[in-house]
Design a protein around this ligand. Structure first.
Ligand SMILES: Nc1nc2c(c(=O)[nH]1)N[C@H]1C(S)=C(S)[C@@H](COP(=O)(O)OP(=O)(O)OC[C@H]3O[C@@H](n4cnc5c(=O)[nH]c(N)nc54)[C@H](O)[C@@H]3O)O[C@H]1N2
Ligand SMILES: Nc1nc2c(c(=O)[nH]1)N[C@H]1C(S)=C(S)[C@@H](COP(=O)(O)OP(=O)(O)OC[C@H]3O[C@@H](n4cnc5c(=O)[nH]c(N)nc54)[C@H](O)[C@@H]3O)O[C@H]1N2
Ligand code: SF4
Ligand SMILES: [Mo]
Length: 778
């Protein structure tokens, strides 16, 4: 090691895994990143190891830039000072706020799953809350809404963490951690070594699926039929935790057959409901009570009729609903062979404890919310919610909130785009790209005039991208902050150069995963010197806040003070963390079945309207949704594989280990792994279309065409086409050209995916189950 070389601990922020690593710098520039074996999250992938190539890339944005010609033309940039840039932005924000209201400004930042935004995104939200706009545009509707937010309609909380370390049966549903989450993948492989069984549910034979004890491949978007079939199988085989269902779910509640509402005693309080006792008589329970008082005496199934009231229990309703989904029917809908269904059903009956995790494969359909709800209910039958080896609500390090909703008036919060159409869905936390595009283009529900995009790539990552592009062109004022030019900067008025996560200080309190990682906290200073005039995003946010006159909310612009405020509840200071570069673990205690803990009121229960885990949701019913889980057809039914339709093939997409979304194509080490945008198809599909491996084709949907190269593989089901979102960039080092994300010669798959149908509850888009057709190049 030469004298100017330095070795330091840190963590990689480039994707969701947040791997613990050791960095090596030379003359204050990062030259190498290697895994840290002593870190609870130690590990590295090719993207993490490529950090030196990313941050030392010759195309880094180095100075603030201002557009000098009209939008729509190839931009001509003029270098400006930071002072001018920040002042121009602040002046424009103030002008818009006073003329048409702060809600006329939207903002966005890249997903925390594929950037360092976990660290500074909350500060941007804080800034925008103080400013008064609720219009945070995000991908939550397709990224993780059903799992993290939708599950609240059943569990009262988002899906708790899977306890892979103690499970004997693990279900990985629509997720390929071998390529997308190194830490989860490591945990799964360790669980397998320990003897746990792994079931992977994915239409595609991924690396994760290949490692499974059982791989189940449903037709795209038909998972809810599979899940309802499993519910039916468990019910038919009497394989459910009846004590858990009686005590802690609303399964025994009586539901009025006429109104669909719970039966309640006269003059009830919000926690009183009627169930039936063993003498077939209605019995009043209060969900704050310890269920031990009555659970021995009440029934799960049954009916009650009296004086014009006809009711049955939630559980009876569930049995009826699920009974349609025999494995014979499920086989027809999902394409999963009957024998495999039985094998899966038997595993669910016999092997405990069970834990599960789901991701994009369940999120990106027009029926994602109902599918997730079905999955929550299947899981509830096992009784492993918040039990060791199941999915447990882990404790977390308590820190001060940065984004703080209280900073934005309620009246402004209620103006968030999309909230009127989907009050229970994604707009509860953020608006979606299509809400933003609609507002800009149609000027409803009000004028949308400006966008602050701190990274993110709406052009390649949002379906219906034609509309997004039109909206970006029309915007009055657009600021984009990034490390590189991208299809977004083409429409921007001002471009600001961001420092990379390795060039910025950051603080992570709690690494996702197991108890061992959630109790770990680490401060990572800027490891590598930021090039040119680049600034950390957090610094840019602070600069803007001060210029806007918000110093009281922003620690007078002092980042260290901000971090110390964040740490305050832990009795920890930044200085203390600095002295422990690998981080500190603050021991947290796990407790199980927290719903049964005693409180002053009785028992804590669940954070749902009934205080029980909600198998039946009156709230969903009130909003016009099915109160019980149901199979809703994906867009690909009945088109699936029927060549008489114009677009008979299923259009799906997946992520690649080598890239995050639209990033990293310019890094030779990574691009070598996948030089060209490709479609993956099954040999039989290739034969149908007379395609050869390596042949360039055009892929079409009712919304347009794109170009890609064919890869023929047995891993893809017949009739499906797999693509990847995010192709646009060139790679000079490999002499590879870029792909125009705006035209048919390019390879922007989100030009094909349409948004005419969305998940009615969440607003999710059919990124994984749209329709397409292949054309040979003429
Ligand atoms: N390398 C890399 N890692 C990443 C990212 C990245 O861009 N690159 N992005 C990060 C982010 S933001 C996210 S959200 C995660 C996502 O991580 P994943 O969830 O692993 O993402 P995908 O590969 O998009 O989709 C997962 C699987 O869903 C399957 N699938 C498609 N349709 C269906 C279906 O109808 N049913 C079922 N059961 N499965 C289906 C696909 O075949 C695919 O294998 O990854 C994070 N990590
Ligand atoms: N068809 C299809 N579409 C998809 C998906 C799919 O599976 N199929 N997946 C969806 C999912 S799950 C998600 S989360 C979205 C992701 O969508 P985005 O979050 O928009 O995706 P990225 O391409 O990662 O956007 C990253 C941009 O931000 C910049 N950036 C990265 N880090 C930073 C940083 O720290 N600071 C700043 N200022 N800029 C930074 C990058 O250089 C890049 O230009 O895509 C969605 N779109
Ligand atoms: S898996 Fe993600 S966090 Fe880990 S090294 Fe790779 S890019 Fe970094
Ligand atoms: Mo995501």
């Amino acid at each position: 090691m030469n004298t100017s070389e330095k070795k330091r601990s840190g963590f990689c922020s480039q994707c969701v895994s947040k791997c613990g690593v050791i960095t090596i710098t030379e003359n204050d520039r990062l030259i190498k990143v290697i895994p840290d074996k002593n870190h609870p999250n130690g590990g590295i992938c090719p993207k993490g190891a490529s950090a030196p190539q990313i941050i030392n890339h010759p195309e880094r944005l180095l100075f603030p830039l201002k557009r000098t010609n009209p939008k729509g033309e190839e931009p001509i940039w003029k270098r400006i000072t930071w002072k001018e840039a920040i002042r121009t932005i602040a002046d424009k924000l103030k002008q818009i706020s006073s003329e048409t209201g702060s809600e006329s400004v939207s903002y966005t930042f890249p997903t925390v799953g594929a950037s360092g935004s976990f660290n500074w995104g909350p500060f941007l939200q804080r800034l925008m809350h103080v400013y008064g706009t609720p219009n945070y545009i995000s991908h939550t509707n397709v990224c993780q809404w059903a799992r993290d937010e939708g599950s609240k309609y059943t569990y009262g909380v988002g899906l708790p963490q899977p306890d892979f370390e103690h499970a004997n049966l693990i279900l990985i549903w629509g997720h390929n951690p071998a390529d997308t989450n190194l830490q989860t993948w490591k945990r799964l492989m360790e669980a397998k070594k320990r003897g746990s069984k792994l079931v992977v549910i994915d239409p595609r034979r991924t690396t994760t699926a290949a490692a499974a004890d059982l791989w189940i491949a449903p037709n795209h978007g038909t998972d809810s039929a599979l899940i309802l079939g499993c519910i039916n199988f468990l019910l038919q085989n009497n394989s459910f935790d009846d004590k858990f269902l009686l005590n802690w779910t609303n399964a025994p509640f009586l539901v009025d057959k006429h109104t669909g509402k719970f039966l309640r005693p006269e003059n009830y309080n919000p926690y009183e409901f009627l169930v039936i006792d063993k003498n077939q008589k209605p019995y009043k329970i209060d969900t704050r009570e310890d269920p031990k008082i009555w659970s021995e005496n009440i029934l799960l199934t049954g009916e009650y009729t009296n004086e014009g009231v006809s009711a049955e229990t939630v559980f009876s309703k569930l049995i009826k609903r699920a009974s349609f989904f025999t494995f014979e029917k499920v086989e027809k809908i999902t394409g999963i062979p009957y024998k495999k269904l039985v094998e899966f059903g038997e595993l669910l009956c016999d092997v405990k404890p069970i834990s599960y995790y789901s991701w994009n494969g369940l999120e990106q359909h027009v029926n994602s919310s109902s599918t997730n709800r079905a999955l929550c209910i299947l899981y509830s039958l096992t009784g492993y919610f918040d039990k060791q080896g199941g999915n447990i609500i882990l404790p977390s390090l308590s820190v001060n909130l940065i984004k703080d909703q209280k900073l934005i008036p309620r009246s402004q919060q209620q103006k968030r785009l999309g909230i009127e159409k989907r009050p229970l869905g994604a707009p509860k936390i953020s608006a979606s790209g299509y809400d933003f595009a609609d507002a800009v283009l149609n000027e409803t529900p009000y004028l949308m005039r400006a966008l602050l995009s701190f990274g993110s790539n709406m052009v390649t990552q949002n379906p219906g991208s034609g509309k997004i592009i039109e909206a970006l062109k029309k915007l009055e004022f657009h600021v984009h902050v990034d490390m590189f030019h991208s299809p977004m900067t083409r429409f921007a008025d001002i471009v600001l150069p961001a420092a990379h996560a390795w060039e910025s200080p950051s603080l992570l309190a709690g690494f996702e995963g197991s108890l061992q990682t959630v109790q770990h906290i680490q401060y990572k200073p800027a490891i590598s010197k930021a090039p040119g005039e680049t600034r950390p995003d957090l610094q840019i946010i602070m600069d803007l806040a001060l210029e806007m006159g918000y110093e009281d909310y922003f620690w007078n612009g002092d980042i260290e003070e901000a971090f110390n405020y964040y740490l305050q509840p832990l009795n920890l200071t930044l200085d203390k963390l600095r002295s422990q570069p690998v981080g500190i673990s603050i021991p947290l205690q796990v407790s199980y079945c927290k719903y049964s803990e005693k409180t002053n009121e009785g028992v804590s229960g669940f954070s749902t309207p009934t205080r029980k885990l909600e198998i039946y949701s009156e709230l969903l019913l009130q909003h016009g949704y099915d109160p019980l889980p149901q199979f809703e057809k994906p867009l690909t039914v009945p088109y699936y594989q029927d060549k008489s339709y114009d677009f008979p093939l299923v259009l799906s997409s997946n992520k690649l280990k080598s890239f995050c979304h639209s990033q990293h194509r310019n890094i030779a080490k990574l691009r070598k792994m996948h030089p060209d945008p490709f479609i993956e198809i099954h040999p039989q599909t290739a034969q149908m279309y007379k395609l050869n491996d390596g042949e360039w084709i055009q892929l079409a949907s009712p919304n347009g065409r794109i170009t890609a190269v064919t890869r023929i593989t047995q891993n893809i089901p017949v009739g499906a086409v797999y693509t990847q979102a995010g192709w646009w960039d060139k790679c000079d080092e490999l002499e590879l050209l870029g792909f125009d994300p705006f035209s048919a010669e390019g390879s922007n798959v989100n030009q094909l995916v349409g948004i005419e149908h969305l998940d009615p509850l969440s607003g999710s888009e059919p990124l994984k189950s749209y329709r397409c057709q292949i054309y040979k190049m003429s």
